[in-house]
Design a protein around this ligand. Structure first.
Ligand code: P6P
Length: 346
């Protein structure tokens, strides 16, 4: 029998057809309702990322896109116009999704409800719309961080209390890094995968699959300006890396970019508690927990210094914890200095 048409083995063509929503279904090997929901949710994340990336790319040209709004958020941080724009992009994009009933954001004091999506929409989006926004005005990388959880119970009183659970309840997590290219990194529990936005297509295209970070890496990423505000154990660690060959200090002031370097090259990122902020600066539900989910999926580790991040149960929406995250051996080394001081009873 004559052979049928044989398409060319164009790997690039197959890759360009592996869009995010398709990849989710491939990961889950299912077309069931939850798989379809997650695929649709990730597609909305991608749309939000494209809208934010477009605004950032013109921020210097668009009236009032930069600078501060004069407001401070629930964190007590000055709010930039870009923070508000990005926050509202996610609200608008997920309003139309029909799937998300609630959103929790760094920029909003309380859980935000989308009545038309409740109670059908059984998912909650937790996000930091623009992480590292101090970098926006100097055209350095910033990011968006997100986690998706399933609503537990009916939340009839709209307290959002079911969100106060540990990070192992996350269904999906990831971030969008707005850098020289726009990269979306996500996991739904089947490894960590990266998609790069192809502006000519307006699509995020698969660029790295099943990312695994090395057990040890050269980078340590921490704001050493806080050195004298740390516990002795963290100073012990810093003195160790200063005295040993093979370590490089890398710190951009934007968590997503610093985390992405650790994910891709190995090493450790730290934001320890300080005398001014004993619980650290980073928020659990929409910063540390999503990144901890990713790093464990990529073969790394994330802890508060004494407890796995994914085991921490917050008592409020904007709960903060110290963060030590990255290659397993490097996180273990930091933890060993902390344990040493605990043994000494410091
Ligand atoms: P510091 C940005 O404000 C942020 O939340 C993270 O993106 C970043 O890692 C950290 O704070 C930087 O904080 O105190 O070093 O300027």
């Amino acid at each position: 029998m004559a052979e049928g048409y044989q398409p060319t083995k164009a790997a690039a063509l197959d890759r360009d057809c592996t869009t995010l929503s398709r990849h989710v279904l491939q990961q889950l090997q299912s077309f069931g309702q939850e798989a379809q929901d997650l695929s649709a949710l990730m597609n909305r994340i991608a749309l939000a990322g494209k809208l934010v990336a477009r605004h950032l790319s013109r921020a210097g040209l668009v009236e009032d896109a930069l600078v501060f709004t004069g407001r401070t958020n629930v964190q007590g941080e000055s709010v930039k116009r870009m923070d508000i724009y990005a926050n509202d992009v996610f609200i608008s994009v997920f309003k139309q999704s029909g799937l998300v009933c609630r959103l929790a954001s760094e920029e909003m004091d309380d859980v935000y409800y989308i009545p038309e999506n409740c109670p059908i929409g059984r998912y909650t989006l937790l996000y930091d719309p623009i992480d590292g926004s101090s970098n926006v005005d100097i055209n350095l990388n910033v990011g968006s961080i997100f986690a998706i959880r399933q609503q537990v119970g009916d939340d009839a009183n709209q307290t959002g209390d079911d969100l106060l659970s540990n990070g192992r309840d996350q269904l999906a997590a990831g971030y969008i890094l707005y850098g020289p290219s726009t990269v979306l990194v996500y996991s739904i529990g089947h490894g960590v995968h990266a998609f790069t936005l192809d502006p000519s297509l307006g699509e995020f295209i698969l660029s790295a699959e099943n990312i695994r970070l090395p057990n040890h890496g050269p980078n340590y990423s921490v704001n050493e300006g806080n050195y004298w505000q740390w516990d002795d154990s963290l100073r012990d660690y810093i003195r160790y890396v200063h005295r040993h060959e093979g370590y490089s200090s890398r710190y951009s002031g934007a968590l997503v970019g610093d985390f992405h370097r650790i994910l891709m090259q190995g090493g450790v990122f730290l934001y320890p508690g300080t005398t001014k902020q004993p619980d650290g600066k980073l928020r659990l539900l929409y910063e540390s927990a999503p990144l901890a989910y990713l790093i464990e999926q990529a073969g790394g580790k994330a802890s508060t210094g004494t407890q796995p991040i994914l085991d921490v149960v917050p008592d409020k929406l904007h709960y903060r914890t110290p963060l030590v995250i990255g290659s397993t051996e490097d996180v273990n080394l930091v933890e060993s200095f902390i344990q040493e001081r605990i043994k000494e009873g410091v």
